[in-house]
Design a protein around this ligand. Sequence first.
Ligand code: UDP
Ligand code: LCN
Length: 794
Amino acid sequence: TSRARSLKRSDSSIAESMPAALQQSRHHMMMCFARFIRSGKRLMKHQTLVEEIEEEIPDRSERTIVFEGLLGYILSITQEAAVAPPHVALAVRLEPGVWEFVNVNANNLTVDGITARDYLRVKESIYDENWANDENSLEIDFGAFHMSSPRLTLSDSIGKGATFTSKFFTSRLDAYGRCDNVKPLLDYLLALNHRGEKLMINETLNTVTKLQTALLVADKFISSLPKDTPYEEFHGMINEVYETMTTLSEALQAPDPVKMENFFSSIPNIFNIAIFSPHGYFGQSDVLGLPDTGGQVVYILDQVKALEEELLLRIQKMGLSVKPQILVVTRLIPEARGTKCDQEIEPIFNTKHSCILRVPFVTDDGVLRQWDAKSKILEHMGCKPDLIIGNYTDGNLVAHLVASTLGVTQGIIAHALEKTKYQNSDIEWKEFESKYHFSCQFTADIISMNAADFIIASTYQEIAGSKDRPGQYESHTAFTMPGLYRVISGSDVFDPKFNIASPGADQSIFFPYTERGRRTKSYYLAIEELLYNNEDNYEHIGYLADKNKPIIFSMARLDKVKNITGLTEWYAKNQRLRRLANLVIVAGTFDPSKSKDREEIEEIKKMHALIEKYQLKGQFRWIAAQTDRHRNGELYRCIADKRGVFVQPAFYEAFGLTVIEAMNCGLPTFATNQGGPAEIIVNRVSGFHIDPANGEESSNKIADFFHMCNIRAGYWEEMSMAGLERINECYTWKIYADKVLNMGSIYSFWVQLNKEQNQAKQRYLQALYNLLFRNLARKIQVSIDEVKQSDSVE
Ligand code: UDP
Ligand code: LCN
């Protein structure tokens, strides 16, 4: 509503505007707030609040009046309420990243604005009153550090940190007398070297005036040379790279952010990259289905390939003959169950200079308290890396530790942060502790989020969510773990360190079904068998009686959150859909005794029960997890040949690689509106959003699509093409690698600029790590036997 919008834009806070809004529906609101108190529910999420109000005001038209206007707007953006009679404290989210907290007195509807800290204390008092009231309870607050550096101001700009940072450099160059401001850049360029050899500027060009004069002379000289003159021939005379210098020259003459970004993409400051993924089985074959080996391994292997290609391209453009190196550093698993995870070094397929480096956690003498990856990296690289990238909680923490000791720029990645996976995982952390060790995990996450020089997110929603749902990083802004610590300011999504670089799918594997010449025909027979052979065996059960019907396809790990059983149930219940199409899923295994995972076992049993209950045989095929990516690519395409669709029905999906794999192959795709896929797909344009909480609506959308395909020739092809267009515009590894290397370059300089400001933060981080994290980690008992048996040290 316009009132709601005016509230957002105006300076007036919820605390100021809410009393009048409450007065307008005073009678109903008195009743509702009395009900909140009476209900005995002390912590209510948005949905529960709405349900309570609906029960209190059963008359729909009266309710509509209450929900209209400002009050309705405030209620609609209230994420949570904590009840401490006679008060009800509300956490209100005005926009992504913008929160306000108020305390409403249920007796008289007076409203007071409160701080995040006050709100958290109300929440804690529900669980641990003494701790909540103890003035000495530990508080973690990065607020002062966040405030001391430049921040973005608009929610829409969140995730565009590199662009902001370039703008910031530009305005610095422009401000005051230029020369002083260019000096840090000059010093940075002077210091750039590869194994000791200067790359950009001679020491003789150590002032801005000298540099600018030299640039002009260089420009004249180099433009007089034939275009194909090799770099080596003029390298001795002027030690700089022509194109890069031209860009710099332009950036210095008329600073603008685009030129600045171009300049940073062309300076030779990154050749060696270390990527950390310490957990689980990190391998290139036979690892899928082993602990911790979902999309993360796929992502990193593809990422390395893309980064190496882009590095080689840039190095070539710079006219250098340097070899880049990328090391993926992971854990060596001595008993590797037939995989290569016990090999120290394994070259990465389809790369020239990239390897997996495995360092063991365990020696013959027992469990290592310190994982000595640093010296192994130095040994293998022969120098320190120019950039370190971490992955997920464990990898990010290690990345921070190694990067800070080596003094290297550090980026982090965590497409799925654990805290948001489980409701109330913070406030009820003690209940989860023995199983998940959230105390350690969230502490590590908070440390690495703040330590990172830049954060690579796959989508906007990962950082700051959507209109209705807080983002994963956003949920680390203020939270509390009673008995442990209270986080007043843990992350700031307006920090320019946040950047979006969405992954792609390997386009040599996942390419459109129409590219017949590239397809691997030798797979056809096997795929035909996989889909249509009528017998149940170790690889598939169920069969498809009508082979002419299109296929609804899905593929995922058989985790609860992936909701594959949900999709099966939607299909089972929708007769119209069953008439129009068959259902084929690739997921897990069908023998519960083969699974060690509690969640997976439950899902397997549920699936069998659904097959029985809804008599799915003849229309439904369940194929066990597939590990051959090349064959999977062909599988998506064979389903596209028959005008099928791909469905990703997860309750929540951080990014969703299968969505872009399917779209790359030209399969029209229906994907969850919860998480990354909601951003990947533009609803009804490049695919369809489905609501995992509303199976009937979702299955009808799929049925409507098949119906449309039957009545409108070319409809399927239109959607298929639109999906492909979307991918090529936004979701390719080439785009990703370009962005990530630019980040590496821009933030390397940014770190130099802010070296002094960062020192205090570094000390605070070190205190947290040593005084808090290490003590928490020590409490996790891991015996050597346990490590050997489970191959997991978490
Ligand atoms: N995958 C596979 N075989 C399977 C299930 C999944 O090869 O049986 C692959 C899938 O193609 C994708 C990755 O595993 O590349 C899953 O990534 P996604 O982002 O969809 O989910 P995650 O498992 O990371 O949560
Ligand atoms: C982890 C997830 O949960 C997925 O959503 C991502 O696609 C995958 O990692 C790769 O980043």
